[in-house]
Design a protein around this ligand. Structure first.
Ligand code: ZN
Length: 278
């Protein structure tokens, strides 16, 4: 097969893989995408030395890297990004290649150090959290996306939210966060942060679905729920940012809550003020 035929066949297999994914047949999806990657990467290999063959060269490297990510092969993904960047990719593709490399780094880190412990300095996961929490209010959906999670809204009755293993809609991590669409915005933000926390701290305990009721209680038990609430608060209301706003004159819990887009009750709790409404 020539390069063009390899690519065409790879894309056919990719399409079939998408179909299998939609049908929930994960083992068939894996087989098809693995086969697609084999063909697409040999197409990329064939043009690897042809640096003037752009954008074909970088497109083939990008789609090889992307296919590798979809089957969780981070090493192969990184290799094809690096090879792709050695050519002269157009800006747009260069950006996409760089993004894929970052995502591969995160996916790899999620497998090894998701318990947030690092011997020295910040782990890649902590770096993502640090970057995403540098702005107030924190872009919680952006943070979830950077951790390779997707977020969607559904009517969950009286429950707050859930985290679900979802190969079709879950992003590269394979997990999707669902927040209750009927809840107020600040509540939805807290729920999303709480589910991100479960993902980071308790992923080994999530089989297919972890559902939180309206009081953020789940099958994990009180200790784990407290850990998730704590990390959610750390994410949405970083202490250093609160200190900065207080120094700048913002004192009342209500003002701070509005700044951080959290409920006044959550902010009072964060500030150590007893909630007198209860
Ligand atoms: Zn929970």
């Amino acid at each position: 097969m020539n390069t063009r035929e390899l690519h065409r066949k790879a894309m056919e297999l990719f399409e079939s893989g998408l179909l299998a994914r939609r049908q929930g047949d994960d083992s068939r999806r894996l087989i098809l995408l693995t086969e697609a990657l084999k063909l697409e990467s040999s197409a990329a290999d064939r043009v690897a030395k042809l640096h003037s063959l752009e954008p074909t060269r970088s497109i083939l490297h990008r789609s090889s890297a992307s296919l590798a990510m979809q089957i969780g092969d981070t090493q192969t993904a990184m290799r094809y990004v690096e090879l792709g960047l050695q050519g002269a990719p157009p800006d747009e593709i260069k950006k996409e290649l760089t993004k894929l490399y970052e995502q591969a780094t995160i996916l790899e880190a999620l497998r090894t150090d998701y318990q947030l412990k690092a011997p020295l300095g910040l782990t890649p996961i902590q770096k993502v959290i640090r970057k995403c929490t540098a702005e107030t209010p924190v872009n919680i959906v952006g943070l979830a996306n950077d951790l390779l999670l997707t977020v969607r809204q559904e009517d969950l009755g009286t429950d707050s939210g859930e985290i679900v293993r979802d190969i079709d809609r879950g992003g590269f991590s394979g997990y999707c966060i669902v927040v209750n669409v009927t809840h107020p915005r600040v509540r939805k933000r807290f729920t999303a942060a709480h589910e991100v926390a479960h993902f980071l701290l308790h992923r080994d305990r999530i089989t297919n679905r972890l559902r939180d009721d309206k009081m953020y209680r789940s099958s994990l038990g009180t200790t784990k729920e407290r850990e998730a609430n704590q990390l959610a608060a750390d994410i949405l209301m970083p202490r250093r940012a609160i200190a900065q706003f207080r120094t700048a004159g913002l004192q009342s819990p209500e003002e701070l809550a509005a700044k951080f887009q959290v409920s006044a009750q959550a902010m009072r709790l964060r500030l150590g003020i007893k909630d007198i409404s209860k």
